[in-house]
Design a protein around this ligand. Structure first.
Ligand code: CA
Length: 230
């Protein structure tokens, strides 16, 4: 596939979140442009353009809401996902009347965010992304969040589903526990990486993963989905 990946403009001032988004989105193959201030973000959106904008509300100069309103007032229809602290959801974002397409509350996990990004890009036709992922006899439906193995439904928790989706999107790649923790539970998750082992163990049970396992433990590294059986 030589399909051109979407350009994502991230307007955000917190260094931790910038790094988290930059790393994750590039890993998924998107072109990422960062604007740490509102004015620069607005100018980039207006003059350079983007296929999608991730917009923080609390910026050092212009308020994120103002940026959104100004872009829409100027006829810009780019999909916008707002990042906001939980406390400001009801009073500020509830109606999304500023013209944003979606919002996500901080702290968020990368998988949560990227699912919204994919959904919006699919809707606007920037990405003809497959909604069905298939490996061996496992089928994962990204939109309905249903999983079947050999035709039988597999009931997964959101964390297990995110793990399986990540593995199925990147077969054969080795993910460290830290990467998995970061992607599934978010940039500020304070728990131990052992939680990853617990979720993997549940996931393997639920998909009835028998040796040679589909989800392999890579000793000293992490986990990897290995579809080809020897
Ligand atoms: Ca901020």
């Amino acid at each position: 596939m030589t399909e051109k990946k979407a350009n994502i403009l991230v307007i955000e001032d917190e260094p931790t979140i910038i790094e988290f988004l930059r790393t994750g989105l590039r890993y998924e193959g998107y072109d990422v442009l960062i604007a740490p201030e509102g004015k620069r973000g607005f100018d980039l959106a207006k003059h350079r353009g983007a296929d999608l904008i991730i917009l923080d509300l609390m910026l050092p100069d212009i308020d994120g809401m103002e940026i959104c309103k100004k872009l829409r007032a100027g006829g810009n229809r780019v999909p916008i996902i707002i990042l906001t602290a939980k406390t400001s959801v009801t009073d500020r974002v509830s109606g999304l009347d500023t013209g944003a397409d979606d919002y996500i509350t901080k702290p968020f996990s990368f998988e949560e965010l990227v699912a919204r990004v994919r959904a919006l890009l699919r809707r606007t036709g920037h990405e003809s992304e497959k909604t069905l992922l298939e490996i061996e006899d496992i089928i994962l439906n990204v939109e309905s969040m249903e999983v079947t193995r050999d035709g039988s439904p597999v009931h997964l928790t959101p964390a297990e589903f995110s793990l399986l989706e990540l593995f199925m999107r990147h077969p054969k790649r080795v993910f460290t526990r830290e990467t998995l923790l970061n992607r599934i539970f978010g940039y500020d998750f304070a728990g131990d990486t052992n939680i990853v082992d617990v979720h993997i163990s549940h996931l393997r049970d639920k998909i009835k993963d028998k040796p040679p396992k589909l989800i392999r433990t890579v000793y000293g590294s992490g986990y990897s989905l290995q579809p080809e059986r020897e």
